[in-house]
Ligand binder design. Sequence first.
Ligand code: MN3
Length: 392
Amino acid sequence: MHTTTKNLAILGSTGSIGTQTLEVLEGLNNKDLFNVQSMSCGGNIELFVNQIKKFRPERVCVGTQEGAREIKSIFKNLEVFYGEEGLIELADDKTLDIMLTGTSGYVGLKPTLKAISNGVDIALANKETLVMAGNIVTAAARKNSVNILPVDSEHSAILQSSNGKYELLNKIIITASGGPFLHRSPDEIKNCTAADALKHPRWNMGKKITIDSATLMNKGLEVIEAHHLFNLPYEKIEVVIHPESLVHSAVEFKDGSTVAQIGVPSMHIPIQYALTYPNRETGIKSNSFNFVGQTLTFEKPDFEKFPCLKLAFEAGKTGGTMPVVLNAANEISVHKFLKGEIGMGDIFKTVQKEMENHKVIQNPTLDEIFEVDKETRNRVSNAPCSGRLQSN
Ligand code: MN3
């Protein structure tokens, strides 16, 4: 079969998703499927240099001017950009076929919109893109006939289970491991330390997302993403606790039939599927799932124990700029918790207070979104800490 090589951009190539994406590319049997045209990294220059040597991109972007100079001194012929504006320029490339957005934080949003405006498909691993600007992003994708292919394991499970036929869905069932505090009391959760919360039972991830998994805010953000990705109202999105993390999510079709995606936890498969959709290429293979001897359990999430999940549903249903406030207040609170400045229970309290005080802008512009984001971050950062001091 004749294959056309796709030009790929990887934003955030030195991060967790980025490095696993490169492993997927190296593992593909057909090495002609992708050409790594461009790559970006924040500050891990040493690793980035090795990646550039191996994958030979034409254009790269790094976080700082200093880093950019270092790269340029080693690779004279490389086109080198830096900073947030540089990342947008890197993404503004009409010869790209697909861009993997693996950067974390709001910096992923503008480059992603730029690529969409050029008709470039997006493999999306950045939460903020849809949580902050879901309506703008999905409208731009529709207008430019762009596929937004999720990399997150739950959304990938829904893509895999539905084969992208979202119009046939009655509802989706998003699974959550429940994090390390599933069977602790609400009081124990409120008073836990960052060290307790960083012990995630199933997935090995960055610190921020691990805390979000412990509060279930991560699941809440995934619900908001799912609403935009699959064009479903919040009433048709169900969260189910599934501690074994083997069913990665499921869909219920309009005829009542349910299809779930099952597998041993691995990020390689969702990444590979997003890049090669709708095909299944031979490359990295997940360990086989053995039905025999498995016990799969499911339970309803306890909103009292995990009030952040409830807040996320509320923010999503309210819409407009409310999810922006939820996301920004949560992120800053998590960083304060990690530094031991506030207690775990204060994360919820802060987000709730910010949401209560927010005057929602419906159908916000990008500028309004960034303004609300910044204001919320500043207010939460500067708020006096009233939590219990942690001894970790
Ligand atoms: Mn996930």
